[in-house]
Design a protein around this ligand. Sequence first.
Ligand code: HEC
Length: 198
Amino acid sequence: MKKIIFYSCCFVALILLSNCKDNKTVDVNQNEQYKSIDTLQELVARGSYLVNAIGCDDCHSPKKMTPQGPIIDLDRRFSGHPSDETLYKIDKNNIGPGKWIFMNNSLTAFVGPWGVSFGANLTPDDTGMGNWTFDNFKTALREGKFKGIKDQRMLLPPMPWQNFKNLTDSDLRAMFEYFKTVKPIKNIVPNPIPPTGL
Ligand code: HEC
């Protein structure tokens, strides 16, 4: 009998030990590396570095056309597809699965089998991310949800959230804090146009 009790105790102890070990598994999102970044200023600098290196401007900032090609219009940085821009006529014959994907000169409007999508306003204005919480930002970039709200529609191409979902919590936080420091710009980006609306 004593033996049975002894072995049962050993068994329970083993289970407890293995649970402890499980709890210690490193969560990739608890990025140890940035624990030292404790001031907001450092966080914003890191966010600026990431946003610039990853290239959110590509699709979220209006451009000015030069002989060398489009350059970022710094006065309207991150304000998304301009609400007053008229789209060039779309030839429906060239769009569809296996056909072409088009974009406008500013790289803020995209035409493909999904219809037309428009780069969103990421500035801290009410028409951009002004009312967003960090949770909204995380949900948009990790789960590809419109407005960062779980029961909203999925974000359309070419927003590469499938890549961005691999960013750590601390990097996402840094980017979010950076976006809060850029110039707020009022611009209501048009709703996407479904393929049937072309
Ligand atoms: C290749 C183009 C492209 C790049 C690069 C890109 N985006 Fe986007 N993004 C889009 C498009 C297009 C939409 C709008 C999709 C839609 O309406 O469904 C969008 C939507 C978003 C949204 C959702 C906005 C809303 O109102 O729901 C967020 C947030 C966002 N992008 C953040 C970023 C960040 C941060 C970066 C850089 C790390 C980035 N995007 C880079 C194309 C891009």
